[in-house]
Ligand binder design. Structure first.
Ligand SMILES: [Fe+2]
Length: 115
């Protein structure tokens, strides 16, 4: 079992990972429309990777006999200034998500959950 706090935090993280996938897919759509197909393919791959992260956490919560609950995914931005704008926003987003993962590690330590 997971503590209630960890279960909630992991469910929130599933949402963040899926929102990341959605953001990157929206960026891929913008890049496709701009005919930047290589960048679009790369961004699509990132979207798949983020979906994979969500599913790893999904499976982990189930493996620990806890309950996955999914939340609404916010609409991602659809307009970008340029390919550079897309990649700068990606870097900023990755930094934010890394911070959330660090907070999850801190919570696990606080809750004495080594797994
Ligand atoms: Fe991720």
């Amino acid at each position: 079992m997971l503590t209630k706090k960890i279960q909630t935090a992991l469910n929130d993280q599933i949402n963040h990972e899926l929102a990341s996938a959605y953001l990157y897919l929206s960026m891929a759509a913008y890049l496709e429309a701009a005919k930047l197909r290589g960048f679009a393919a790369w961004m699509r791959r990132q979207a798949r990777e983020e979906s994979g992260h969500a599913m790893k956490i999904f499976d982990y919560v189930n493996d620990r006999d806890a309950r996955v609950t999914l939340h609404a995914i916010e609409q991602p931005p659809t307009a970008f200034k340029s390919a550079l704008d897309v990649f700068e926003r990606t870097l900023e987003h990755e930094r934010k998500i890394s911070g959330l993962i660090n907070r999850l590690c801190d919570l696990a330590a606080k809750e004495n959950d080594q797994a």
